[in-house]
Design a binder for this molecule. Structure first.
Ligand code: AGP
Length: 614
């Protein structure tokens, strides 16, 4: 997704904006640009490709004595990733510029109307229309022109605007795309950015802009107003606990590897303070659901995308098993367009690392409109989903920079297991003994992962030499591990570009087994759990067809050695914890193969960390 950075204050603006954009690179982009105001003129630099290309053309201007400006990294939605389409975009005069993240859905009709009035466009983007529309509405009052413009547009936006006629002020505004404001400690500087990491080198004091709000940023003030009424809004300043280092690689080669190894801490941070270590009793005050609400719920929708959807699939098994509430799991982009049968006895739970995924956000808005109570499981404080849901269960995984989600996923699983215990205990259907058992299992899993991570990494590294050049890969699992087979396939395909598919092991005979030959690698998750024998049968069927098996199984299971030499053994844990534990080798396999193939692990091609467009 696009990245926006803006600054007004005592510092030289270009170094601030470039540093902020570098912290947003993980969002994925294909062109970049900056603009600053100097001697009454807006000076703009734009380029295709990475920020290094931009720095090369900015050259000595990086020390320009300007103290107000904007920067942007563009992830193309309308128009190819070219210099002409890179932001900032200008109006006809060149005295007003706009940077934008989102999609203006009615830009085509607006552009035709503006063309008829004599406006000339130099790009294919929807953003340039905003610049010309503000110009068309500008009659000396920039704020009025922006409010009128945004009243005319349909779609999602987070924008930054700078006008030479108002040289001390940046204007920020948002609707459905994230934008966070920063105030530096001594109150002398104001910042805007698409995400928190861009602010961390400068400040931890942030204000979250909400939909249909705008802000005026000057060197000494950062004030927020309603787009609809124009009234000033008093906003809470949040202190972010993350520091810039946390968002750095901490010595690991890639953010993804760092985040894989951060998972024990992410799980521990997510559950601590929410579960009684002795009784297993769960308390999640911020969830926004009373005991009476729980007893009134007759159905749960779990709504998510991608990896977060895999977490939802696991949660379905847990919630139905321990809370006895029927669960429907939906991919958000399907959920939002199907005819939903919803009433106030349905609880909708969104699962999202970013809290900004457009389809998931649209899903909870629809569910809310239809009368459902909404809870979100989310990793980003103050993200849109957390401010629109009735309740939030934060995953305290810390900033996840790698595009491929890892620690956020296992933290989501930990949060969803907490949620399961919360539901079952409030309904009175989990006995104190079972609460103790399940609580101990959850509390103990982080330590098991911490101990085993380096061992698994070494085993995987030795194993991949004969697999990294494969063109296809199958992953199979049953029950709680079927979603982990899907997750393992997604991890591999999104960072190594190998075509990988995950299947329910029992599904092989219904088609996929036709794919098995001596070239096809199949990773099977085969812990000694309730469906172990069934998976072993599937594995034997694969062996009989010369499939190249990798088995992830339970330590001490000698039978696996009669099937293949490529085995990763994991400790026996409570079977409900297997999905969390068995994710680890799948993540490390994807990482090892992708790095062996020389892929850009942290910023895979075509992908963005946060999909804020549908
Ligand atoms: C995860 O590895 C993927 N990059 C992607 O599927 C991601 O899980 C999905 O886009 C949902 O994002 P969210 O959790 O921020 O909503």
């Amino acid at each position: 997704m696009c990245g926006i950075v803006g600054y007004a204050g005592p510092r030289r603006v270009i170094p601030v904006v470039l540093e902020g954009l570098k912290r947003l690179e993980y969002r994925g982009y294909d062109s970049a640009g900056v603009v600053y105001l100097q001697d009454g003129k807006l000076i703009k630099y734009r380029c295709q490709g990475k920020l290094s290309n931009l720095e090369a053309i900015i050259d000595e201007a990086i020390m320009a004595p300007s103290h107000i400006g904007l920067g942007h990294t563009r992830w193309a939605t309308h128009g190819a990733p070219t210099t002409e389409n890179a932001h900032p975009h200008s109006d006809c005069t060149g005295d007003l510029v706009v940077v934008h993240n989102g999609i203006i859905e009615n830009y085509h009709s607006l552009r035709e109307e503006l063309r008829a009035k004599g406006h000339r466009f130099t790009s294919e983007t929807d953003t340039e229309v905003l610049a010309h529309l503000i110009e068309e509405n500008l009659d000396g009052d920039l704020v009025a022109a922006i409010r009128k413009t945004l009243d005319l547009v349909e779609g999602s936006y987070a924008i930054g605007v700078l006008w030479a006629g108002m040289p001390d002020t940046l204007v920020a505004a948002r609707n459905q795309s994230p934008l966070v404001l920063g105030i530096d400690e001594n109150g002398q500087g104001s910042f805007m950015a698409s995400d928190i990491p861009a602010l961390l080198p400068f400040t931890k004091q942030v204000i979250f802009l909400e939909d249909r709000e705008f802000a005026l940023l000057t060197a000494g003030d950062c004030s927020v107003y309603s787009l609809l009424s124009g009234e000033k809004i008093e906003k809470k300043v949040t202190t972010i606990e993350w520091n810039a280092a946390m968002a750095e690689k901490a010595g690991f080669k890639h953010f993804m590897l760092k985040e894989i190894f951060e998972q024990p801490q992410a799980i521990t941070n997510t559950i601590s303070g929410r579960i009684n270590p002795e009784s297993g009793e769960v308390d999640i005050p911020e969830i926004g659901i009373t005991d009476e609400d729980v007893r009134y719920i007759e159905r749960i929708f779990l709504v998510a995308c991608g990896t977060s959807w895999h977490a939802a699939l696991v949660a379905k098994y847990w919630i139905e098993k321990y809370a006895g509430i029927p669960v429907e799991v939906d991919i958000a982009s399907e959920f939002r367009y199907r005819r939903l049968i919803v009433n106030d006895r349905v609880l909708t739970v969104s699962i999202s690392q970013s809290g900004e995924t457009a389809d998931t956000l649209a899903g909870i808005r629809l569910a809310k409109k239809l009368g459902s109570k909404v809870v979100t499981i989310c990793n980003v404080v103050g993200s849109t989903m957390t401010r629109e849901a009735h309740g939030t269960v934060y995953t305290h995984a810390g900033p996840e920079i790698g595009v491929a989600s890892t620690k956020a996923f296992t933290a989501q699983l930990a949060a969803l297991f907490l949620f399961t215990l919360f539901l079952g205990q409030r309904k009175g259907v989990i006995s104190p003994e079972k609460s103790r058992e399940l609580g101990q299992a959850l509390i103990g899993i982080a330590e098991v992962i911490k101990e085993k991570l380096p061992v698994i990494q070494t085993q995987i590294q030795q194993l991949i030499e004969s697999f990294y050049s494969c063109r296809d890969f199958l992953f199979i699992g049953r029950g709680l591990n079927f979603p982990i087979a899907l997750e393992g396939a997604l991890k591999l395909k999104e960072i190594s570009y190998i075509h990988a598919e995950g299947y329910a092991a029992g599904e092989l005979k219904h088609g996929p087994i036709a794919l098995i030959d001596k070239e096809m690698p199949i990773l099977a998750l085969v812990p000694q759990d309730a469906v172990y024998q069934k998976v072993i049968s599937n594995v034997e069927e694969i062996k009989a067809r010369q499939g190249r098996l990798i088995l992830i199984g339970t330590e001490g299971d000698q039978h696996l050695k009669t099937i293949t030499d490529d085995i990763i053994y994991l400790p026996a844990v409570h079977e409900d914890m297997n999905p969390i534990l068995y994710t680890i080798p799948a993540q490390l396999l994807a990482y090892a193969i992708a790095t062996r193939r020389g892929c850009d692990v942290d910023q895979p091609r075509n992908l963005a960390k946060c999909v804020t467009v549908e």
